[in-house]
Design a protein around this ligand. Structure first.
Ligand SMILES: [Zn+2]
Length: 315
């Protein structure tokens, strides 16, 4: 049976009817006002009603940012929307009369990648999503890992530098400060300031009113500009180091990288592999995991949320 997946973001809600094979049959998007949490619930209800009028479904999964409890029913906390201990599943299922599940958005995207993308045909996959921050998802022995309270797999807050850069989470030295899109911009700015190979970065920054942004750095990476590539290598090296620590605990067969930076493909994966091997405990005595970029990109949230709803209903 088809299922509906809903992905609630800070600025929009995406919803889709998804087949058992992970194919999107119908998709919709609406803008959200993150300040009005009741309006978001109304918008989700309307979207599920509209989508289920077109296709028969027996479950709907909702992906939202933040901490979701282990029973997939309560949103403990969302960073942009004012949900605090919000019984979202109960509120939605009371209005929709459908089996509803709630999951963290990074978990939903990771599950989609595991089922239908770069993780398929493996049993153990770890995904890191490189956006403004660093998101994480863990699949172990074919199961999505949520942790005892539901807030596990926060891989962005793995500490890689004792007393390192301050992180938004309140700690210091988290990989999010060294392996995120924001970190890439910081590294690119430092290289621009240092001159020499940073010449093109500095020139592009000046032409853009003194600011580098993701689009500019991505374009320079695509042109194989030495400064932009150096920044990407630094980023990849940090991510590889984090993967060595993650690997020591979880031993995944595959590490998958999503988010905007992953478009760089091999240019990103190569320094990740090197950083991993240089920091691996007991190197040489262990099969090497695969390092891959994500395949589903924009649709992962809705596809994963729908499939998790189906798995939950079946389970
Ligand atoms: Zn942190």
């Amino acid at each position: 049976m088809h299922a509906i997946g809903i992905d609630i973001g800070g600025t929009k809600i995406a919803g889709a009817v998804v087949s058992e094979g992970g194919e999107i049959l119908l998709e919709q998007r609406v803008a959200t006002d993150a300040g009005d949490s009741d309006a978001i619930i109304d918008a989700v209800v309307r979207m599920v009603e509209r989508l289920s009028r077109e296709y028969p479904v027996d479950a709907a999964g909702v992906a939202a940012p933040g901490f979701i409890d282990a029973t997939q029913s309560t949103v403990y906390y969302t960073p942009n929307i004012s949900w605090r201990n919000e019984p979202l599943r109960e509120r939605l299922s009371a209005r929709l009369g459908l089996s509803i599940t709630i999951d963290n958005d990074a978990n939903a995207a990771g599950w989609a990648e595991y089922r239908f993308g770069a993780g398929r045909a493996s049993t153990d996959m770890t995904m890191l999503t490189i956006g403004t921050g660093v998101g994480g998802a863990i699949v172990t022995q074919g199961q999505l890992f949520r942790g005892g309270f539901g807030a596990g797999a926060e891989l962005g807050h793995l500490r890689v530098v004792p007393d390192g850069l301050p992180c938004g989470c309140g700690a210091r030295g988290c990989i999010e400060q060294y392996g995120s899109g924001r970190a890439l911009l910081r590294m690119a700015n430092e290289i621009a300031d240092a001159g020499l190979i940073g010449h093109n970065l500095a020139e592009a920054r000046a032409a853009n009113g003194g600011q580098l942004d993701g689009t500019i750095v991505a374009a320079l990476i695509e042109d194989h500009d030495p400064g932009a590539l150096a920044a990407l290598r630094q980023l990849g090296s940090w991510l590889g180091q984090a993967c060595a620590s993650i690997g020591a605990v979880l031993d995944p067969q595959r590490f998958v990288f999503g988010g905007g930076v992953a478009i760089a493909g091999e240019l990103l994966l190569e320094p990740i592999r090197e950083g991993y091997l240089a920091n691996l405990p007991a190197r040489g005595f262990h099969p090497e995991p695969e390092f891959l970029t994500a395949e589903l990109v924009n649709d992962a949230g809705v596809v994963g949320a729908a499939d998790l709803a189906r798995v939950h209903r079946a389970g």
